[in-house]
Design a binder for this molecule. Structure first.
Ligand SMILES: Cc1cc2nc3c(=O)[nH]c(=O)nc-3n(C[C@H](O)[C@H](O)[C@H](O)COP(=O)(O)OP(=O)(O)OC[C@H]3O[C@@H](n4cnc5c(N)ncnc54)[C@H](O)[C@@H]3O)c2cc1C
Length: 586
């Protein structure tokens, strides 16, 4: 039970009232995707399906301009005194070492330190750790995991700011259903669930507490992420139409992990269209619904509905909870597991049984597959190591795998070329106290602003069991168009912070005054975008079996990235190698 952690959250009047009245210095209207001061509600007045394309265009243009000159977001000049007072830095992403891998692959230096093992796993994201766990469970003891970064976990790493835990990336796992027996069994094994006669009983401490999510819409916070509208409105009718569309299309078969669902010509047909095209062809035209669906795509896939495939959009809903219009009896929240430091406890639990075999700060830069063994070169600080193994599991993003393999299989090269990647930024803001807030629904785990180019923020202390006193920590999420990667990498942490503060000023006008410390991570190549044609790519499907002594394990193999896909590919790769080594029982 939460003991009123939000009791000190100070409510402001609705956003419009604040703007029109005497107000606080610095308060202003919410931002729109085009950066204007137009009230977000105005977007509802015109029902046009081309709104999806425009939404994507203006968001891209806006994000591009924002990265180039973040100060334009603020509108008017103001003293940026937080810059002189606040501690901040980029954390967690060793882009320099990553780029050294890119530059050194062709030339392994002589004089490397020799190392040997039966199986080498390269990459310790959820996929690499799951592969290693499977080897360990199969009784294979002579394996090693190499990780480029200083910590294992990849996109599921956690962080702490002066003792307060927070995520660097992934922050929740929906409760796995019957299509995910391996994940269910592992969660039971690590004590997150118990098998009872009535089914799985989850450890409630780690289920997302209430209130789970809220949306800032028309000047106030409302419960839930879908804009609340009158039951008789045309928007509500579109919600119902979309619910039926998902229920009908969902009958084709969708599952998490995706490998558990069939793949038919009808799925392939869906994968040829963008989500926006498919919505248009099915009469979904309401701007509020379209904006919500665009948000869902950006939140899960790092790109909007004009970029991701219709398969990805349907999968988002049909593989989990479906879609329910507000007011429907079935409109329950999806239960999810979450922790203050995101999915880091899951990564740590995967690693724990063989922690001594995970070597961090080791960037593999070249892998040569031979007839009898595989050789891998890796940076280890100032040294270079030369590993010889019977098998190597490459658990890096596919574009890196294609780069470090001396003779990459053609399927891997083709799939890596096809794959576009979304850059992400995750900003952890440590505040001296709760900031001012707008009226309406109270602070929730997930807090989203309608019409914002960001993905909102998560309250990192939401799962605290006692009353939260003292400093607060919120985690803001942003996904950028892939064309903005270079600008993101060149940006100062101060300008990135300004972007976040400007976005949240509409809901928390005194946020910059409350700010004490900022730790931001850039994931330059965070995740594969499931654009049309990728999921049905013959090359992508052929990658896992495309080499004899090298296996591949990464969420990229599913065309998009979530825990379930990474875990499944890691487990499958571990099983393939265990079988090849004569340990066939896992
Ligand atoms: C901001 C963000 C938020 C997310 N939120 C969620 C969420 O809430 N829930 C969810 O389920 N999923 C979420 N995801 C998706 C997340 O990517 C997956 O859950 C999962 O962590 C992916 O694991 P992976 O092993 O496939 O890949 P990665 O995490 O990409 O792991 C690959 C690993 O390989 C390492 N590596 C790369 N090159 C080398 C090299 N040359 N040598 C050695 N090591 C190397 C990398 O450093 C990394 O550790 C999120 C992702 C991001 C970026």
């Amino acid at each position: 039970m939460i003991d009123g952690p939000h009791a000190r959250w100070r409510s402001l009047p609705p956003e419009g009232a604040l703007r029109d009245g005497p107000g606080k210095a610095g308060s202003r209207a919410p931002l729109n995707v085009d950066g204007s001061d137009r009230a977000p509600a105005a977007a509802t007045s015109r029902a046009s399906v081309s709104a999806v394309g425009q939404l994507e265009q203006t968001r891209r243009a806006f994000l591009g301009a924002a990265l180039a000159a973040p100060a334009i977001l603020g509108g008017c000049a103001r003293p940026d005194d937080w810059r002189t007072r606040v501690d901040g830095r980029w954390v967690g992403d060793n882009a320099a070492l990553g780029h050294r891998v890119r530059d050194m692959a062709a030339n392994p230096p002589a004089g490397a330190r020799e190392r040997r093992c039966d199986v080498l796993v390269v990459g310790s994201g959820i996929a690499g750790l799951s592969a290693a766990r499977t080897l360990h469970d199969a009784g294979i003891t002579d394996f090693a995991v190499l990780e480029l970064e200083a910590e294992a976990g990849g996109n599921s790493r956690g962080h702490a700011m002066r003792g307060l835990p927070c995520p660097l990336g992934a922050h929740y796992l929906p409760l796995p259903g019957p299509a995910a027996p391996d994940i269910q069994a592992w969660l039971v094994e690590i004590g997150l669930a118990k098998q009872t006669a009535a089914g799985l009983k989850w450890d409630e401490r780690h289920l997302c507490h209430s209130p789970q999510e809220r949306l800032f819409f028309e000047g106030r916070w409302q419960d839930g992420l879908l804009p609340n509208v009158a039951r008789t409105s045309s928007t509500q009718a579109q919600y119902q139409r979309f619910a039926k569309l998902i229920a009908d299309t969902g009958r084709l078969g969708f599952a998490l992990p995706t490998a558990r669902a069939p793949w038919t010509p009808a799925h392939e047909q869906l994968d040829r269209l963008t989500a926006a095209q498919w919505l248009l062809s099915n009469g979904i035209s309401d701007p509020l619904l379209l904006a919500y669906l665009d948000y869902c795509c950006r939140d899960d896939y790092g790109a909007g509905s004009a970029t991701v495939s219709a398969w990805a959009l349907v999968h988002y809903f049909a593989s989990r909870h479906g879609f329910s219009a507000p007011g429907d009896d079935t409109n329950d929240r999806d239960p999810v597991l979450t922790w203050p430091d995101g999915n880091a406890p899951l990564a740590q639990a995967l690693r724990r049984p063989y922690a001594d075999r995970v070597f961090t700060g080791r960037a593999a830069f070249r892998i040569d597959e031979g007839l009898d063994d595989v050789t891998a070169w890796a940076f280890a600080g100032a040294e270079v190591e030369r590993w010889t193994a019977k098998h190597v599991i490459v658990a890096t993003p596919l574009f890196i795998a294609a780069h470090v393999l001396r003779a990459p299989p053609p399927a891997l090269v083709a799939a890596a070329k096809q794959q576009r990647r979304a850059p992400w930024m995750v900003a952890n803001l440590r505040l001296d106290d709760l900031p001012l807030d707008r009226v309406g629904a109270p602070l929730s785990w997930d807090n989203v602003i309608h019409g914002s180019p960001s993905l909102g923020y998560v309250d990192a202390q939401h799962q605290s069991l006692g009353r939260v006193v003292g400093p607060r920590l919120i985690t803001a999420y942003w996904a950028f168009p892939d064309t903005q990667r270079k600008r993101l990498l060149e940006m100062s942490w101060q300008d990135a912070t300004q972007l976040v503060l400007d976005d949240l000023r509409a809901v928390h006008p005194d946020l910059s005054e409350r700010l004490q410390q900022v730790d931001i991570v850039r994931h330059g190549h965070a995740m594969s975008i499931p654009a049309p044609g990728l999921r049905s790519s013959v090359a992508l499907a052929a990658v896992p079996g495309s080499a004899a002594r090298v296996s591949f394990a990464h969420a990229d193999l599913s065309a998009y990235s979530v825990f379930e896909e990474a875990f499944t590919h890691g487990t499958n790769a571990g099983r393939r190698v265990a079988r090849a080594l004569g340990h066939g029982s896992v």
